[in-house]
Design a protein around this ligand. Structure first.
Ligand SMILES: Cc1cc2nc3c(=O)[nH]c(=O)nc-3n(C[C@H](O)[C@H](O)[C@H](O)COP(=O)(O)OP(=O)(O)OC[C@H]3O[C@@H](n4cnc5c(N)ncnc54)[C@H](O)[C@@H]3O)c2cc1C
Length: 416
C-alpha cells in the first residue's frame, strides 16, 4: 500500500480502517540464495538494496526478536557525516546523501530532519582540531562551517558560555546533519524489502552457522536449518557471539550505551548540540522531550540496560552545558549493546569463510550509517567486491596496521 496525499485523505475519512500491514511476517523457507542475520537497520537496509539494486529477492532477514528491537530502535537518532579520516568520510557522506532522498525512495515518512549538528569547542587546541576536521570534510566535498563564539551565541543563547571550566569558544557546524525517526527507518526498509519479495522472519534466532570445507552452507536456527549460498552477519552488539558460531574471533567488544529522554518542553534546541569538554550530546524530539546521552558504561556487557555512574556523569555534563537542565525531569532511560571495534571504525568485508560476510564495528555511531552501509554491504554480497565508498573498512586492517582511528585513541575499544 502506497502513501500519497489521496490515500491518507481517504483513510482519514474512513477511520483508518483500510491500511494493510507494512511487511509480510514470513515463515522461513528451507533454502535461500542469501540470508541476512539480524533485523536491525543494517540488516534490513542490506536486504532492501540487494533486492532493489541487484535484483536478488530469494533472500531472508532472520531476526531473533522483533525487527527494530535492537539498537536501531534504541539510538538517539543523530545523522551526520562530519568525519576526519579518508577511510570513513566517503561511506558516511554516501549515507547522508541517501538520507536526503530516503523518504521518496521508500515512500515512507522517516521524519528526516536536517536541523544541523553543532560540535562545541572549549579550548584553542580543540578549535584547531575542528578546523582540521572541517577542512578534511570540505576536501571530500562535504560542507562544514567553523563558528566563532558570537555565532554560536546567536544560534543557542541558552548555553552557558561563561562556565569557568569549560567556556564555549565556538563550534563546527554541519547544517545537513540532523535527526531521523529511528524505528521508522527499520519499518520503512522492512516494508521496501518485503514489497520486493524479501522474507522478513521474526522470532528466528540463528544458533549455528554450518560450514563444510571452508564454504558456508546455511544457518541453524530456532526454527530449523535454513540452507543459504551466502550468509551475511549484521547483528551489531551480538557480533562476537554470532561470529564465534563460525569459529571467528573478531577485534570487537560489546559495551552498553545509554540514552535518556526528558519531559516535553516548548521548542528550545534548534538542532543537535555536542559538548566538547566531555562526551554529551543533546537534541529535542518533535514531541518536545530532550533526548541526550553520553559515554558507554565502560565495561563489557550484553545487557540492554546501564548503570548509575553514567546517569550521574551525563547529568553533570548536561548541567555544565545548560544549567537549567537541573530543573528537568527525566522520563526514561535505556541501553543498547554496542559493537565497539578496536579503532572505532566499522568493518564491511568478507570473512575467511567462503560465502560468509561481516558488517560490524559500528560502535555508537551506526545509525547514521544505515543507508550507506546497507548499500555498500549489498554491493559486496552481490558482486563479491567492496563498494568504492567502503574499500578501507576491511577486517584485515587490524592485522596489517591500517587502522582508521578517528579519535587517535589506539586499539582500546572502550575509549572510542
Ligand atoms: C543509546 C544509543 C544511542 C545511539 N545513538 C546513535 C546516534 O545518535 N547516531 C548514530 O549514528 N548511532 C547511534 N547509536 C548506534 C546505532 O544505534 C547502532 O550502531 C546501529 O543501530 C547498529 O546497527 P543495527 O541497527 O543493525 O543494530 P540492531 O538494531 O541492534 O540490529 C541487530 C539485530 O540482530 C539481532 N540478532 C542478534 N543476534 C541474533 C541471532 N543470533 N539471530 C538472529 N538475530 C540476531 C538483534 O536482535 C538485533 O535486532 C546509538 C546506540 C545506542 C544504544
Amino acid at each position: 500500500m502506497r502513501f500519497s496525499f489521496l490515500s491518507i485523505a481517504r483513510e482519514a475519512l474512513r477511520g483508518n480502517r483500510g491500511w494493510t500491514p507494512h511487511w509480510r511476517d514470513a515463515e522461513p523457507k528451507a533454502a535461500y540464495d542469501a540470508v541476512i542475520i539480524g533485523g536491525g537497520g543494517h540488516g534490513l537496509a542490506t536486504a532492501y538494496y540487494l533486492a532493489k539494486n541487484h535484483g536478488l529477492t530469494n533472500i531472508a532477514v532472520l531476526e531473533k526478536s522483533w525487527i527494530g528491537s535492537g539498537n536501531v530502535g534504541r539510538n538517539t537518532t543523530i545523522v551526520r557525516s562530519n568525519y576526519l579520516l579518508p577511510g570513513n568520510i566517503p561511506l558516511y557522506e554516501l549515507s547522508m546523501k541517501l538520507w536526503e532522498g530516503l523518504e521518496r525512495d521508500l515512500n515512507y515518512n522517516a521524519m528526516v530532519s536536517q536541523r544541523g549538528v553543532l560540535n562545541l569547542c572549549h579550548t584553542d587546541a580543540q578549535r584547531d582540531a575542528f578546523a582540521r576536521r572541517g577542512n578534511a570534510m570540505r576536501l571530500h566535498g562535504v560542507e562544514a562551517e567553523l563558528l566563532d563564539r558570537k555565532a554560536v551565541q546567536r544560534m543557542c543563547p541558552f548555553l552557558d558560555f561563561d562556565n569557568a571550566r569549560f567556556p564555549i569558544q565556538g563550534g563546527l557546524l554541519q547544517r545537513r546533519g540532523g535527526t531521523v525517526r529511528h524505528d521508522a527507518v527499520a519499518w520503512g526498509y522492512a516494508r521496501g524489502a518485503s514489497d520486493r519479495g524479501v522474507d522478513i522472519v521474526q522470532n528466528c534466532a540463528v544458533t549455528g552457522i554450518r560450514i563444510a570445507n571452508g564454504v558456508v552452507e546455511g544457518v541453524e536456527t530456532t526454527r530449523g536449518f535454513i540452507a543459504a549460498k551466502k550468509v551475511a552477519m549484521a547483528v551489531a552488539g551480538s557480533t562476537s557471539q554470532v561470529a564465534s558460531m563460525a569459529g571467528l574471533r573478531l577485534p570487537i567488544e560489546s559495551h552498553v550505551l545509554q540514552a535518556f529522554v526528558s519531559e516535553g518542553l516548548k521548542p528550545l534546541i534548534p538542532g543537535v548540540i555536542t559538548f566538547g569538554a566531555g562526551h554529551f550530546y543533546i537534541s529535542q524530539s518533535d514531541k518536545g522531550g530532550l533526548v541526550f546521552g553520553g559515554d558507554i558504561d565502560g565495561y563489557n556487557s550484553y545487557a540492554q540496560r546501564g548503570n548509575l555512574h553514567v546517569v550521574e556523569d551525563v547529568a553533570e555534563e548536561a548541567m555544565g552545558l545548560m544549567p537549567m537542565t537541573g530543573r528537568l525531569r527525566m522520563l526514561r532511560s535505556w541501553g543498547g549493546i554496542m559493537d565497539m571495534s578496536m579503532d572505532g571504525s566499522p568493518i564491511i568485508d568478507r570473512t575467511p569463510i567462503d560465502g560468509l560476510f561481516l558488517n560490524a564495528g559500528w560502535c555508537y555511531g551506526g545509525f547514521k550509517a544505515i543507508p550507506g552501509s546497507g548499500l555498500a554491504y549489498a554491493h559486496l554480497i552481490a558482486k563479491g567486491e567492496p563498494h568504492p565508498a567502503a574499500t578501507a573498512l576491511r577486517l584485515d586492517r587490524f592485522r596489517t596496521g591500517h587502522l582508521i582511528d578517528e579519535k587517535g585513541q589506539g586499539a582500546q575499544a572502550n575509549l572510542h
